[in-house]
Design a protein around this ligand. Sequence first.
Ligand code: SAM
Length: 274
Amino acid sequence: MARSINSAKKSLGQHFLHDGNVLRKIVNAAKVDETDHILEIGPGKGHLTKKLLLKGCSVTAIELDHDLVIGPLTDIASNPKLEIVEGDARTVDLKNFIANTTQFKLVANLPYNAGTNILRSILLSDLPPQLSVVMLQKEVARNITASRGKSNILSSFFQAYYHTNFHFNVQPRSFNPQPKVMSGVISLERKESPLLPKCLHHDYFLFLTCGFAAPRKQLHNSLSQGLKISIPEVKDVSSQLGLNSELRPAALGVEEWVAVFKKFHGIKYIPKPQ
Ligand code: SAM
């Protein structure tokens, strides 16, 4: 039997946002006006897309679900300011749809299951947005925007390249179907001087997964376990940096994580991706 195009696909993280107030707050957080070019990931049934178009901006919307592209999205597809692209946001080459010279913003209600990967691949692509305003699972949103004392892999990663800010929570009742968890809206603004070159982001992410291998232990234990090196080696590097290796990994700020990474990078320690 043919699948109804009205039913949400769990595997694609489909929770459609119907709350007009939340939609308005997202568009306002991105300070959208008619001069903007917006990249929207996962337009779904077009609720957020319509609010964006009302601001007079142009929108490139990438949707993976063919049923939505040939179904609900046809209502708005003829808008001359909108280009709908059927594809996977993790792998599409943005340069095919957005001119190299264009400063653009990412605005999206991201699917929970793939949200972080989508964000990572777009924000660290050759064509990164100037400003991103995205909705994610609240816990992930809190992690990305966490500061020293609550540092984690995601905060230490994204904040090397972006200023991050938590805007507001969104209740499950704002969606159809309702998710089991709360959502959070955050923004990420490109740093004029990122702490690391973009070409190192894969190595840096792997390094952080090692650094936070044992987050409840002291830094020298966690790093030595993750990097498979001796504790004295970690202590030596920490003291060269003036860092107290007895701290927990969460106590280090992003600048310190980058400094530790630079010390170890290029030596034998960074594991290769599987
Ligand atoms: N923006 C809509 C809204 O707010 O109602 C829908 C948001 S829903 C949480 C996530 C959307 O992302 C769905 O339409 C889903 O099909 C789409 N999606 C999931 N994975 C995707 C991917 N890898 N690339 C592009 N779109 C994706």
